[in-house]
Design a protein around this ligand. Structure first.
Ligand SMILES: [Zn+2]
Length: 260
C-alpha cells in the first residue's frame, strides 16, 4: 500500500459494518455542541496525524491512509482505521462528516441517536427494567435493601446525555436514588458489575495500565454513527466493504445498536 503523508491533520474513521444499506463507522470527534436533554451534537473532526499514529501504535490498532477510491476499497477489506486528508473526505465521504445528535454510552462512546433508538428515550422498556432487576438480584445495589419498591437509576444521568440501556441502568431503593441527585456516580458501574471506561474493542494488544489509559482517552472521543450507502460517495468500493460486513456486524449488534 502506498503511503503518502500529505497532511498534518486528517479525519479518522473505522469501518464497523454494513447493514440494510447503511454503513456503520466510528470516528474521532473532539468538540461538541449542546443539544436537548444534555445530548452532545458531534461531528467528525480532523485530528493530529502524529498523535493518532502514536496512540494507534500503543494500542496495537492498524490503520491506513485513504486518499483515493482504490485506497478506500483496500481499507474496507482490511477492517481497520483509516486516516483521510480533508480534501478527499470532503469530496468523497461528505456523508460521514455531518453533525449527529448523540447519547453517551457507559463505556464513554458517543452514539448517534439514530442508531441507539430507544436508548435515546428516557422511558425504560419493561423488558430492560426486568433484566436490570434480575442482574441486580432484586436488591438496591447501593445499600443492599430488598424491601420496598426499587427504582431504575441512570448512572450517567439522562439529563447529561446518558443512554437508557442495561449498561447504564442500576437498581436503587428510593432513598439511595434520592440521595443520588443528578450527579454521575461511576462507582455504581462497579457495584452492578458493569464494564466502564473504554471501548474493549479498541485494544488489540495486552491490557496494561498504559494501553488502558490510551483506550480510555480514545473512547472519550469516539463517535459511533452510520450513513446510508450512496453511490455518489461510496461508489464501487462498497462491494468490498460488504464482504467483511458479517464479521464486523457482531460489534454493532452486541452493542445493542443495530436495527434493520
Ligand atoms: Zn438503597
Amino acid at each position: 500500500m502506498s503511503v503518502v503523508r500529505t497532511a498534518k491533520a486528517a479525519y479518522a474513521f473505522r469501518f464497523d459494518a454494513t447493514r440494510s444499506r447503511y454503513f456503520y463507522y466510528r470516528t474521532i470527534s473532539l468538540f461538541s455542541g449542546h443539544g436537548e436533554h444534555g445530548r452532545d451534537v458531534r461531528r467528525s473532526d480532523p485530528i493530529s496525524v502524529s498523535s493518532f499514529e502514536f496512540v494507534m501504535d500503543r494500542i496495537g490498532e492498524p490503520f491506513m491512509w485513504v486518499q483515493s477510491d482504490d485506497d478506500l476499497a483496500a481499507w474496507g477489506s482490511r477492517y481497520s482505521w483509516m486516516l483521510t486528508p480533508a480534501p478527499y473526505a470532503e469530496t468523497r465521504l461528505a456523508g460521514l462528516l455531518e453533525k449527529r445528535v448523540c447519547v453517551k454510552s457507559p463505556i464513554g462512546l458517543f452514539w448517534d441517536v439514530g442508531i441507539r433508538g430507544r436508548a435515546a428515550s428516557r422511558r425504560i422498556p419493561r423488558a430492560v427494567r426486568q433484566r436490570v432487576l434480575t442482574r441486580d438480584k432484586n436488591r438496591c445495589i447501593g445499600c443492599g435493601s430488598d424491601g420496598g419498591e426499587l427504582t431504575m437509576d441512570h448512572v450517567i444521568p439522562f439529563s447529561r446525555g446518558g443512554e437508557t440501556t442495561e449498561g447504564n441502568l442500576v437498581s436503587l431503593c428510593q432513598r439511595c436514588n434520592q440521595s443520588d441527585g443528578n450527579q454521575h456516580h461511576p462507582h455504581l458501574f462497579a457495584l452492578a458489575g458493569l464494564h466502564h471506561g473504554w471501548d474493549p474493542d479498541l485494544l488489540k494488544t495486552a491490557l496494561t495500565s498504559e494501553t488502558k489509559s490510551y483506550a480510555v482517552m480514545l473512547s472519550q472521543n469516539i463517535l459511533v454513527s452510520r450513513v446510508r450507502l450512496n453511490e455518489s460517495w461510496m461508489g464501487p468500493p462498497w462491494s468490498a466493504l460488504d464482504a467483511v460486513s458479517t464479521r464486523a456486524l457482531s460489534d454493532v449488534a452486541t452493542s445493542g445498536g443495530a436495527r434493520s
